[in-house]
Structure formats: C-alpha cells, structure tokens
Design a protein around this ligand. Structure first.
Ligand code: SF4
Length: 412
C-alpha cells in the first residue's frame, strides 16, 4: 500500500462564525440571522480550539522525520501558515472577541510569524475604528462582501449596505493600513446588463485592489431568492447572462494584469489567497465551528450544521473529557486512494495550476497518472481540456465547465 498522505509541514485553520445580521436572498450558507447564541457559541468554539489540538498531529498527516527539525515547537505538529475567519459574518464579532480567539489559537498551535490571517467582512458591520482594531490585532487580509457597486443589484440580492457605503468601506480599509484586500462581486444578475457589469469592473480596477472573487449568481435550493423566483416575484436567473458576464470578466481581468488563478478568483502577482490555495493543494487544515470541515491528509471530518447542536456537543465532549469520547456532532470519512485521486483532479482543474501528471505518478502511482492521461485524450481532442508538457489544465473559456470535465477524469 502506498503512502497517500501529503508530504507537508504546513497547515491552515478555518473558523466558522455562523451569524449574520439578516439573511441575503441568494444565500445557501449555514448562518443564523440573529446573535442570540453568540456568547454560548464563543464558549463552545474556544473549547473546540483547545480540545482538538491533536487533530493535525494524530491523523493521516505524517511529517517525514528529516523535516522535523525545521518545525517550530511541537515537532509532530505542522506550522500554521494561514488562518481564515469565514461565515456567516465574522465581522459581527467585536475586536475583543477576535483578539481573544487569535490569542487562544496562537497559544495552542504553532502559528508561523508571517501567517496570512483573513477575515471575511460585510460592509454593514464596518467602520474605520473597527478596521483599525482588526489591523492592530493581527488581521492582515480582508475579504469584503461588496457584491455590486449598484444599488439596484444590492436591493435584488437583499444586501444591507448601499453602493456609497461599499466604497467608503474600501477607503476605510486602506486608511486602516490594509493592503491585502479582496472584494466579492456577483455577476449574471437578471436585472443587470453587460454595461452595468463592465461599470462594476471599472470601479474595481480603479480601486487598485490586489484580489477579486467573482461569482455567478446561482440558485441555492434553500435560498429565499429561489422561492421568490418560483413564485414569480422577481426576475429569474438566466445562464446566458452569467456566460456573457464571465467572458467580460476574464477578458478585462487579463487586460488589467490580473491572474485568473481559480474559476472565481483573480489576483495581482503573488496576491492569491494562500488559505484557499491550500485547499486546492491538499494542505491539511482544521476547521472550527458549526459546519466547518477539516482535512488531515487522508480523512475528512465535518461538524454539524447547527449552532444549537454544536454548542450541546462541545458541552458533552468537555463533560466526558477524561474518557476521550469523539465529538457527537461531527462525522468523519477516510478517503480511499481513488477518492483522493478524484479530489485532486476536481480541485486542481479549477485552478490555473492544473493537473500535474508527474506529481500524480510520483505521489499516487503510475496507475493514476496513466488513467488520467488516457481519459484526457478525448477531452483534449474535443477542445474541452488543454495540455502543455505534463500539465492538464483548462483555459479561461474552458474553466467554467471544470466540473463536467473533472467528472470524465474521475476514477470509474
Ligand atoms: S452575509 Fe453572507 S453568509 Fe450572511 S446571509 Fe448574506 S450571503 Fe449569507
């Protein structure tokens, strides 16, 4: 049996903050539109951060002995290189609460000095004072949910901020000392058009920000918008609008010097999200909070998508600490070599790095690299996939169909 664990001495931490001020119409993420449970949630979250300290050492992650001297502190624990507060709306936490969480993480895990620490923020929660506080407490990357610089779009999406406040927040973030700023934009809105989307992009480029995440509006099964469309209350989403806007986005990002490094992500040189890139590179990570996922190199684990159940489970785990019972509100799946191969194919095809056949052969074995190369040939002939030397990848135009191409390369 070959060793399919990734040879890696880095890891990431994800913290899910499951609260929002209200629910946006298109949202399919797990979050509660109320802060009622915040205090109890933070107690449970801190307990999980401490209790799962061994996760990255104990699981499938095996650090080769020769590399151990390079590790800081605990030699069985990989260094944490990225920390990501996602949600929900992490910027609903106070500066003090964020400071306490970061302090606890740094006390419990070997966090590298130059760790990328990202916080997702929504404009309706931001002020200059708050942003300065974040900077002082070590947050060094912001991902701001702008979504659009047009009030009609923001209304359709039922966002709480308006376009003026969106721009104000970006100015404040710069004033507070942030240089690593990403914004989210949504395209393919039925009430918008190519001219308006171009104008959104004009505003983004004029701001000189190093990173953009742009998503097509999709209808999530549990989203309010899906219901509203079914009832005929708002205009339906049209796939052609999304395709048109995606083409405009790819072309204009390239003209403005942005690298299209993942289906939905664009950056200036070296400014990609290191945390998100680590998912695509199979770097182990530990996720805290309801619905958060963890990956230790060979197995995946995920917490229950319910704040109440999460709080109760952490309480129970703490009560039975001496018996070392696994948390009753998380599930675990060990991935077979074939599943690890599928995952590698799916994740890497989404990125401009593509599938590295040499890596596949070296790390997973020849049967996987040969299988992948053989199944790639018809896709290349159909123009759905490209190959340069040992790399299989998707061009800009092909990228939007990554999932369909990946399916054809999956292990049978
Ligand atoms: S702020 Fe984000 S997570 Fe919260 S409801 Fe809106 S889209 Fe969903």
């Amino acid at each position: 049996m070959q060793d399919f664990s990734y040879f890696c001495i880095m890891a990431g931490i994800y913290i899910h903050i499951p609260f929002c001020n209200s629910k946006c119409a298109y949202c399919g993420f797990y979050s509660l539109p109320s802060l009622k449970l915040k205090e109890r949630f933070l107690v449970a979250l801190k307990a999980e951060i401490v209790e799962r300290e061994e996760y990255l050492q104990r699981g499938g992650l095996r650090v080769k002995p020769a590399m151990r001297p390079a590790l800081k502190g605990n030699h069985d624990m990989p260094t944490i290189n990225t920390i990501y507060f996602g949600g929900g709306t992490p910027s609903l936490l106070s500066i003090k609460e964020i400071g306490e969480l970061l302090h606890l993480i740094k006390e419990t895990y070997p966090v590298a000095e130059k760790t990328e620490i990202t916080l997702e923020a929504n404009p309706d929660t931001l002020s200059l004072e708050y942003l300065e506080g974040l900077r002082q407490h070590g947050i060094n990357r912001l991902s701001i949910g702008i979504q659009s610089f047009f009030d009609n779009d923001l209304k359709y999406l039922s966002r709480r901020h308006d376009s003026n406040h969106a721009r104000q927040c970006i100015d404040w973030a710069k004033q507070a000392g942030f240089s690593n700023i990403s914004i989210d934009l949504i395209y393919g809105l039925p009430i918008s058009n190519a001219e308006q989307w171009n104008h959104n992009l004009d505003l983004f480029f004029a701001l000189g920000l190093p990173h953009l995440s742009a998503y097509a509006l999709t209808l999530e099964p549990n989203a309010i918008l899906t219901k509203q469309i079914e009832l005929g209350k708002v205009l339906p989403v049209n796939e052609e609008d999304a395709l048109r806007d995606y083409e405009i986005l790819c072309q204009r990002a390239a003209e403005n010097g942005y690298l299209h490094y993942e289906i939905s992500n664009f950056c200036k040189t070296g400014m990609h999200s290191k945390h998100n890139a680590s998912y695509w590179f199979g770097t182990p990570y530990i996720g805290f909070g309801p619905s958060a996922h963890s990956f230790d190199g060979v197995s995946r684990q995920w917490n229950v998508s319910s704040v109440e159940k999460y709080i109760d489970a952490r309480h129970e785990t703490a009560r039975l600490r001496d018996q070392k019972v696994p948390c009753p509100a998380s599930e675990k799946e060990t991935l077979s070599p074939e599943q690890l191969y599928d995952e590698y194919v799916m994740l890497r095809l989404r990125t401009h790095w593509g599938i590295d056949l040499k890596w596949l052969k070296r790390e997973m074995g020849e049967r996987f690299s040969t299988y992948c190369e053989q199944h790639a040939q018809p896709l290349i002939a159909q123009g759905r996939l490209s190959q340069t030397r040992e790399f299989l990848y998707l061009t800009d135009a092909q990228m939007l169909f990554a999932d369909g191409v990946a399916e054809e390369l999956f292990w049978e």
